[in-house]
Design a protein around this ligand. Sequence first.
Ligand code: COA
Length: 263
Amino acid sequence: METLTTYENILTNLDNGILTIAINRESKLNALTLQTLQEIRNAVVLAQSNEAVKGIILTGSGTKAFAAGADISEFAHFTEDQATRMSADGHDVMNTIENSEKPVIAAVNGFALGGGCELAMCCHMRIASENAKFGQPEVNLGVPPGYGGTQRMIQLVGKGKAIELLLTADSIDANTALQLGLVNHVVPQEMLMAKCNEILSKIATKSPVAVGKVIKCVNDFFRPNVNGMQREIYEFGEAFVTEDFKEGTEAFLNKRKPNFSGK
Ligand code: COA
């Protein structure tokens, strides 16, 4: 076990190749201050160049909340300019997570509301504990979602259900989120971290080069003016000059398990 660095609002822990980032504002249901989001961003950026990190779990401290949204007490008196900056910076954080070439799983251990739901949605997968609750209650506050919720909710559950959730501000439970495709698995809370670790440990045996390329190609499906098919052709060709490709094919032909370097 190794602590990478210290932060005020998050805890980080690297264990067996998996970096866990836990939002650590339990008494405020892990509400996301601007600084908290920057700390998460910083931890994810640092992880990209840390060869010891094979995957990332993002979660909330305690058993009640993943994150109950952006911190309302912080933004309640923002000007238009401050609010626009808040949203743009938040988008940058969410995009950084989404574009991480190391897989990021949200371990949703309770409320994932507003910015908390948006934070979960920018991760590559979401595993929920049975008590998790998802929703975008921003219309109750007089704003639309500001951290990508209107876009990523459509990507995950389709326009019809997305617009219902966004307009009614209804919260949904973990099993409903599973039915809608908003989460990948629902497990008892005590199994949550084990399930996330199991998935990331499996991915850690694969080629890091190929894993990063899959993430890029999948993300490009949703980028306007970018052709995902062309991206796939490019990434496929480029993979052939990597050590991972040499190792993976040689291991197969020699009937042994590959040992990827990620280069
Ligand atoms: N921003 C700031 N503080 C928040 C917060 C948020 N998004 N969500 C919860 N908190 C704080 C509460 O103010 C409270 O702080 P206090 O003890 O100093 O008064 C603490 O976290 C516990 O929350 P509380 O409301 O007492 O818990 P609860 O179990 O009664 O209700 C929720 C839980 C999630 C239903 C409720 O906290 C809530 O509606 N939160 C806001 C959700 C939201 O609108 N998010 C979108 C923001 S854009």
